[in-house]
Design a binder for this molecule. Structure first.
Ligand code: ATP
Length: 324
C-alpha cells in the first residue's frame, strides 16, 4: 500500500498450537502481498523473536500448507520473554530485521506478552485468537475450537459403537483446562448421558442419580472436561461405589484433539482473521485482537481481552436438558 508506513510485518504463533493457524498465516501473507507489504515469519513464538529466528513467508508455499493442522512456524512458551531483558533482546531483533508491525496468533497469555512489550516497543501489534479452548472474550469462536470439537466427536462416536456392543459405561475426558466449551459441545452432539464441565456445579449430582438406576442394558457415556474439579478417575470410582455392577472404562482423548486438518469453519475463520489483521494494521490500529462477534469482524483492545470462565446462558440451559 503506497501510503502505509508499514513495510514489513512479522508474524508468529505462540502458546498452544491450534488447527487453523496455518490458514491464518496464508491469509496474512496473501493479503500483505496484495498490498505490497513484506511478511516474515518468526519461528517458535517469543523464543524465536529473542533469538532472531526469522524466515521469509512465501505465499505459494503457504497455499499448499493452509489445510494442515499445527503451525508451520512452530510455537513455544517463553520464560525469557517474561523478563524485561528478554523483551529488550526481542526488540533489538525486530529492529535488526526492519520489522515495523507484528501479528501474533495465540491465546490471552500471548496478548498479555504484547501488552508488556508495548511498554518498550511502539510498533503496532495485532492479535488473532488461536486456542482450542474457546475461552477468550472479544470473539465468539477462537481458531481451532471447531476442529477440536469435531475430532472429539469423531472419536466419541467410535467409543459409542463399542460401548453399545458391551453395555459399558465410558468416561471420556476431553480437553479444556479451565473451560468446558469442548466438553459441552462434544457432549451435547454425541448424545452423552452426562456432561461434567468446570463451569457447572450440579452436573455430578445428576450423574449419580442416573447411574444408581443404570441396568447395564445399554451404553452410558460420560463426557468430562479435563478441568472439571473431580477428574475422570474420581468420577469413575464414585460411579463404581454407587453402582458396583457397572462395566466401566476411562478414555482420555488427549492431544489428538489439537492435531489434524482444520475444519472448514476454522479454515474460514483463519482466512477472515488473517485478512482482518493486515487490514487493521493498514488502518493504523494497534494493540487490538481481531475477532468475530455476531458474525461481524470486531477489534478488541488487548487490555479488554480476558480469559472467559463462564459458558453462556443458552448453553447452560442445554446442559440442564441434555447433560444431566
Ligand atoms: P494457550 O491458551 O494455548 O495457553 P497462551 O497464549 O495463553 O496460549 P501462554 O503460555 O499463557 O499461552 O502465553 C504465551 C507466552 O506469552 C508465554 O510463554 C510468555 O512468553 C508470554 N507472556 C505471557 N504473559 C506474559 C506477561 N505478563 N509478560 C510477558 N510475557 C508474557
Amino acid at each position: 500500500m503506497k501510503n502505509s508506513p508499514i513495510k514489513h510485518i512479522g508474524v508468529f504463533t505462540s502458546g498452544g498450537d491450534s488447527p487453523g493457524m496455518n490458514a491464518a498465516l496464508y491469509a496474512i501473507a496473501k493479503t500483505a502481498e496484495t498490498k505490497g507489504i513484506k511478511v516474515s515469519g518468526i519461528r517458535k513464538g517469543y523464543e524465536g523473536m529473542i533469538d532472531g529466528d526469522i524466515v521469509p513467508l512465501e505465499v505459494h508455499e503457504l497455499q499448499k500448507l493452509a489445510h494442515r493442522g499445527g503451525t508451520i512456524l512452530k510455537t513455544a512458551r517463553s520464560q525469557r520473554f517474561m523478563q524485561l531483558e528478554g523483551r529488550k533482546k526481542a526488540l533489538q531483533m525486530l529492529k535488526d530485521n526492519n520489522i515495523d508491525a507484528l501479528i501474533a496468533i495465540g491465546g490471552d497469555g500471548t496478548f498479555r506478552g504484547l501488552l508488556a512489550f508495548s511498554e518498550i516497543c511502539d510498533i503496532p501489534f495485532i492479535g488473532i485468537p488461536g486456542t482450542i479452548d474457546n475461552d477468550i472474550s472479544g470473539t465468539d469462536y477462537t481458531l481451532g475450537f471447531d476442529s477440536a470439537v469435531n475430532t472429539a466427536i469423531e472419536n466419541i462416536d467410535k467409543i459409542r459403537d463399542t460401548a453399545e456392543s458391551h453395555n459399558r459405561v465410558f468416561i471420556i475426558e476431553v480437553m479444556g483446562r479451565d473451560s468446558g466449551y469442548i466438553g459441552i459441545h462434544s457432549g451435547l452432539t454425541v448424545g452423552a448421558d452426562a456432561i461434567l464441565i468446570p463451569e457447572s456445579g450440579e452436573d455430578f449430582i445428576h450423574l449419580l442419580d442416573k447411574i444408581k438406576d443404570y441396568d447395564n442394558e445399554e451404553a452410558f457415556l460420560v463426557v468430562v472436561s479435563e478441568g472439571d474439579e473431580l477428574g475422570a478417575e474420581l468420577v469413575a470410582s464414585k460411579i463404581k461405589e454407587i453402582n458396583p455392577s457397572v462395566d466401566l472404562r476411562i478414555t482420555k482423548l488427549g492431544h489428538v484433539q489439537r492435531g489434524g486438518n482444520p475444519s472448514a469453519f476454522d479454515r474460514m475463520l483463519g482466512i477472515r482473521l488473517g485478512v482482518a489483521s493486515v487490514d487493521a494494521l493498514l488502518k493504523g490500529k494497534k494493540n487490538v485482537m481481531a475477532g468475530i462477534l455476531n458474525n461481524q469482524l470486531r477489534l478488541t483492545p488487548f487490555n479488554q481481552v480476558v480469559k472467559q470462565h463462564s459458558i453462556n446462558k443458552e448453553l447452560q440451559e442445554l446442559l440442564k436438558i441434555f447433560g444431566s
